[in-house]
Design a binder for this molecule. Structure first.
Ligand code: GLV
Length: 333
C-alpha cells in the first residue's frame, strides 16, 4: 500500500495522494513515506506511520488525536491539506508539542464560487432538470409543467458562519442584488459588515427571514446539528438550505424528512454526516442537489492547498514559524 525510499534525509509521511510534481519536490529534501495509492489508513496504521516521522501531511480523513500521537516522539508538525481541521484534536496535538497547520485563504474564492453554484443549482433545480431531460420526460416546452424553481436575485440570503468564505459568498450575493443577513459566533467589524452590506441577526431571525440559508461554519461539538428539525421548522416553505461546511452541522435524517414533507423547497449538500457514506433517505429525494465534498476542488486550488501545506511543513522542520499555524499560542515567537 505504501512506498518507502531509503535515504538519510528527515522522514515525513504523506498520508494521502498528492500531485506527483509536489511529491517529487518533497523527495528532493525528505525521505518520503507516501501513500499515492490513496487507501485511507486505519487509526492503527496511521499511529504506526506517525511513529517514525518528523512531519506529516494529512487530510480530513486522518484523525490526529492523543492515540494517533502516542508513539510519535519525533513528530514536529501535522500539516492539514484543508482549511477545516475538525480531524485535529488540538489540545492533544498541543500537549504532544506538535505544530498543527491548515490551508486558509488559498481556497476562499473557489469555495465561495462553489457555494454560490450549489445555491443556484438548488434553487433552479438544475440537476433535477437534467435527470428529467435524460429520462426522456421533455416532450415540449411548457409554461407550467417544466421544472419550476425559486428565484435567487433580489431575495434574502442568510449566511451562518461569516468567516472568509462566508464573506466571499456575501460579496457574490451582492451581484445578484440580494439582501445579506448573517449569523456568526462573533459579530464582524463595522468595516467588514459594510464591505458585504451584511446585517447581523440571531440564528432564529435568519432562519425565519432568509430565502436561501447557506452554512459555512466550522464543525465543533457546539455546532453539532446546528440545523435540525426545530430549526428547519422556522424556515420558509419556499427556502433552500445549502451546506458547504461540514457533515454533522446538519441533522441529515431530519433534513431528509423535512424535504420529503415539503417543509422547505430544496437543499444542496456538499458535505454529509459520516461521509463518504450518504444517508440513503437523502438519496431517495429529487429536491436536493448532492456533491461529493468538492467545494475547493479546482486543480489550481487543490495544488495551492498542497503547496501551502508543504510550506507549513518545511517551515516547521526548518525551525521556523509555519505561515498558518493553528496552535500558535503554544509556540510563542
Ligand atoms: C475542505 O473541506 C476544507 O476544509 O478545506
Amino acid at each position: 500500500m505504501t512506498t518507502q525510499i531509503k535515504t538519510s534525509k528527515p522522514k515525513i509521511l504523506v498520508a494521502r495522494a498528492i500531485f506527483p510534481e509536489a511529491l517529487a519536490k518533497l523527495e528532493e529534501s525528505f525521505e518520503v513515506r507516501s501513500n499515492q495509492e490513496d487507501q485511507i489508513f486505519t487509526p492503527a496504521e496511521l499511529k504506526k506511520e506517525l511513529s517514525s516521522v518528523v512531519g506529516a501531511l494529512v487530510t480530513g480523513s486522518e484523525r490526529i488525536d492523543a492515540e494517533a500521537l502516542s508513539e510519535a516522539p519525533n513528530l514536529k508538525i501535522v500539516a492539514n491539506i484543508a482549511v477545516g481541521y475538525n480531524n485535529f484534536d488540538i489540545p492533544s496535538i498541543s500537549a504532544a508539542g506538535v505544530m498543527a497547520t491548515n490551508t486558509p485563504d488559498v481556497l476562499t474564492d473557489t469555495t465561495a464560487d462553489f457555494g454560490f453554484a450549489l445555491l443556484m443549482a438548488t434553487a433552479r433545480r438544475i440537476t433535477e432538470s437534467e435527470h428529467w431531460l435524460r429520462a426522456g420526460k421533455w416532450d415540449k416546452w411548457s409554461i407550467v409543467s417544466n421544472p419550476l424553481g425559486m428565484d435567487v436575485h433580489h431575495t434574502t440570503i442568510g449566511i451562518i458562519g461569516m468567516g472568509r468564505i462566508g464573506q466571499g459568498i456575501a460579496k457574490r450575493a451582492l451581484g445578484f442584488e440580494m439582501k445579506v443577513i448573517y449569523h456568526n459566533r462573533s459579530r464582524l467589524s463595522e468595516a467588514d459588515e459594510k464591505a458585504c452590506k451584511a446585517t447581523y441577526v440571531s440564528k432564529e431571525d435568519l432562519l425565519r427571514n432568509a430565502d436561501h440559508v447557506v452554512l459555512v461554519l466550522p464543525y465543533t461539538a457546539e455546532n453539532h446539528h446546528t440545523i435540525g428539525a426545530k430549526e428547519i421548522d422556522l424556515m420558509k416553505p419556499t427556502a433552500t438550505l445549502i451546506n458547504i461546511a461540514r457533515g454533522g452541522i446538519v441533522d441529515d435524517l431530519a433534513l431528509a424528512e423535512a424535504l420529503k414533507a415539503g417543509k422547505i423547497f430544496a437543499a444542496g449538500l456538499d458535505v454529509f454526516e459520516g461521509e463518504p457514506k450518504v444517508n440513503p433517505e437523502l438519496l431517495k429525494l429529487s429536491n436536493i442537489v448532492l456533491a461529493p465534498h468538492i467545494a475547493s476542488s479546482t486543480e489550481k486550488t487543490r495544488r495551492a492547498m498542497g503547496d501551502l501545506a508543504i510550506q507549513n511543513l518545511r517551515a516547521a522542520l526548518d525551525n521556523k514559524r509555519p505561515p498558518s499555524l493553528i496552535n500558535a499560542e503554544v509556540f510563542k515567537e
